[in-house]
Design a protein around this ligand. Sequence first.
Ligand SMILES: O=C(O)CCC(=O)C(=O)O
Ligand SMILES: [Fe+2]
Length: 200
Amino acid sequence: MTTLTAENLAPRDGELYLIRAFYRAQQADRLFQQLLAQLDWRQERLFIYGRWIDVPRLMCWYGDPGRHYRYSGVDHEPLPWTDSLLTIKVDVESACGASFNSVLANLYRNGRDSMGCHADDEKELGRNPLIASLSLGERRLLRFRHNQSRQKLDLELRHGDLLLMAGELQHHWKHELPKTRKTKKARINLTFRKIDQLTR
Ligand SMILES: O=C(O)CCC(=O)C(=O)O
Ligand SMILES: [Fe+2]
C-alpha cells in the first residue's frame, strides 16, 4: 500500500489524484479473486423507451445500514460489509484521510461491458464529494470530459490503482468507461462514497 503524494491531474475545475499500484500485484490479485467470488453481483435493468435493457456490467452496493442510494433509477438498500471490503475501506480511508460509509462495486466482465457518461453528483453525496475508486483486474480507459470546454482527459486505470475524485470535479466534468475491443477479461471497480442521510 502506498500513500498520497500525487499531483492534481485535473487541468481545471476539480481535483483528480491517481495513486498507481496502491495495491501491489500480488495483493491486488488476491483481492480481485476474493471480490469476484464473494460479492453478490447482480444484473440491473433499466426501463428505457418502453422496454427493459440490461445494464452493461454487473453491480452491487455495500455499506452501513440505512445508507440508501439510487442507481439505475432504483433505490438500493446496502448489503452488509464483507471482510475484504472492510479491509480495503480501512486502507483507502487511511490513504486519503477521510471516511466512507458505502461502496458501489462494478464488474466489467469483458471489453463489451461499460459505463455511460455521467457525474457522481447525487444529492446524497453532498456538494463536493470525495470519491475513492479502486481498480482491479484488466486495465481500462476512464474518459473525462469538461462540460463547457469539452476538453478531454483520458486515464488508463490499471490493476491496483486508486483514483480520487474531489473538489468541484463532479460539477464541471463527466466521466465514462467506454467499451473496448482490446480486452476479453474482467475488471472490478470499487467506488467508496460517503452518503448523507437525507430527510425524505
Ligand atoms: O469503473 C470505473 O472506473 C468508473 C466507475 C464509476 O464512474 C462509478 O461507479 O460511478
Ligand atoms: Fe462515476
